[in-house]
Design a protein around this ligand. Structure first.
Ligand code: NDP
Length: 330
C-alpha cells in the first residue's frame, strides 16, 4: 500500500450479473466520513457470504466494498472521539451493505460506527470474535437478563459449528452452563466438545415439526437458524426461561403458536448487533475483553486474503466453514 493507493475487493453489477474483483483504488475513491482507518483484519460472516455470492439482497449501493466488520488503526480523524493511532472496531450500521466495509486496506467511515478496541484485546482476537462474537455475547447477556442460571439445566445452541454458534458455546461453557449443541455436522463433535459443549444433537432431530408444547428440556437457548428448529426449541423450553434468537441460517420463518408464551411464560428475546446502541456494544466488547473465551483460537477456520473471498463466500453459504474466517487485506 502506498500513501495514496491501496487494494480493495469490489462488488459491482454488470449486464451479465455480479462482478467481483480485487482493485487498486486511491484515497479519493473512498466515501465520505470523519475517520480514515488502516484495516488490520476483517471477518467473513454469513451475511458477507450472501453479499458476495449474490444469494440475498444484502448490498444496497453499487459499487460496494463488502465486509460487515473490521478492526484497524485510525490514520486520520476529524472526530472528537478518535485520534490518529487509536485502534477501533467497526461492526454493523449497514457497513458492507449500504456503506463501504472491511475488505480493503483503507476505509473511511463515520466515527459514530466505531468503538475503541479494548486495551487488553489484540486486533486479531477482536476479528476472530467479530460480528459473530459480539452477537454471541449479546445472546448470552439476553439469557443472563432473563435470569437463566447454570443450575437450571442445559442450554441449547443451534448452528453450533458456525461463527455465532461456536463462540456462544464457548462463552456459555465459560460461565458454567451445560451446553447442548445442535449441528448438521455430527463429524464436528470433537470440535464442539473442545469448545465446551457437553451434549451434541443432530439438526435433523431438531428439525422435526413440534407440537405446540413438548417435554421441557432446555433452561434457555441461543438460536442462529430460525424455522422449525427455533419452533421446536420454544416448545421444549422450561417454564419462565429465555431463548435468544439472532439468525435465519435455516429460515426466516417461525411456525410457532402462542402456547409456550401463555402457558410457560417463555421469553423470546430478539438479538440485533447491527443497530445495537453504542453503549450496549461497548459493554459487550468490554465483557469479551475481560473474559476472553480460553479456546477462542480453536474457532479459527483459516486466514484468507482478498483473492480468496469469492471461494470462501461460497463455502460459508454451503455451510462448510467451521468457526470463523479472518480476512487479512494486507
Ligand atoms: P455461519 O455460516 O458461520 O453459521 C451458520 C451455521 O448454521 C452453519 O455453520 C450451520 O451450523 C448452521 N446451518 C447452516 N445452514 C443451515 C440450515 N439450512 N439449517 C439449519 N442450520 C443450518 O454464520 P454466522 O455464525 O455468521 O451467522 C449465523 C446466523 O446468525 C446467520 O443467519 C446470520 O445472518 C445471523 N446473524 C445475525 C446477527 C444479528 O445481529 N442478528 C449478527 C450475526 C449473524 P452446523 O453445521 O453446526 O449445523
Amino acid at each position: 500500500m502506498s500513501s495514496e493507493h491501496f487494494r480493495a475487493f469490489v462488488l459491482d453489477t454488470t449486464e451479465t450479473g455480479l462482478s467481483r474483483s480485487v482493485q487498486t483504488l486511491s484515497r479519493q475513491d473512498l466515501p465520505e466520513g470523519d475517520v480514515l482507518v488502516a484495516i488490520d483484519y476483517s471477518g467473513l460472516n454469513y451475511k458477507d457470504g450472501l453479499a458476495i455470492t449474490g444469494t440475498g439482497k444484502i448490498v444496497l449501493t453499487w459499487p460496494m466494498v463488502p465486509g460487515i466488520d473490521f478492526v484497524g488503526r485510525v490514520i486520520e480523524s476529524s472526530s472528537d472521539r478518535f485520534k490518529e493511532g487509536d485502534s477501533v472496531i467497526c461492526t454493523g450500521w449497514a457497513v458492507g451493505e449500504k456503506y463501504w466495509g472491511g475488505y480493503s486496506q483503507l476505509q473511511r467511515v463515520q466515527s459514530d460506527w466505531l468503538v475503541p478496541l479494548p486495551s487488553s484485546m489484540s486486533a486479531r482476537d477482536a476479528m476472530l470474535l467479530g460480528t459473530a462474537g459480539l452477537t454471541a455475547m449479546l445472546c448470552v447477556s439476553a439469557l443472563e437478563d432473563g435470569k437463566v442460571l447454570p443450575e437450571q439445566g442445559p442450554v441449547i445452541v443451534t448452528g453450533a459449528a458456525g461463527g455465532v454458534g461456536s463462540i456462544a458455546i464457548s462463552l456459555l461453557a465459560q460461565r458454567d452452563y451445560s451446553v447442548t449443541a445442535v449441528t448438521g455436522r455430527l463429524e464436528e463433535e470433537a470440535y464442539l466438545r473442545s469448545l465446551g459443549a457437553t451434549n451434541i444433537i443432530s439438526r435433523d432431530e431438531m428439525s422435526e415439526p413440534a407440537r405446540p408444547l413438548e417435554k421441557q428440556r432446555w433452561a434457555g437457548g441461543v438460536d442462529t437458524v430460525g424455522g422449525n428448529i427455533l419452533s421446536r426449541i420454544l416448545a421444549e423450553t422450561q417454564y419462565g426461561a429465555t431463548v435468544a434468537a439472532c439468525g435465519l441460517a435455516a429460515s426466516y420463518k417461525l411456525p410457532t403458536t402462542v402456547m409456550p408464551f401463555i402457558l410457560r411464560n417463555l421469553r423470546l428475546q430478539g438479538v440485533d448487533s447491527v443497530s445495537c446502541p453504542t453503549h450496549t456494544r461497548m459493554a459487550a466488547w468490554q465483557a469479551l475483553a475481560s473474559n476472553l473465551p480460553p479456546n477462542l483460537e480453536q474457532t479459527l477456520h483459516k486466514v484468507i486474503g482478498l483473492e480468496e473471498l469469492e471461494s470462501s463466500a461460497q463455502d460459508i453459504i454451503n455451510g462448510h466453514v467451521r468457526g470463523r474466517i479472518l480476512v487479512n487485506p494486507n
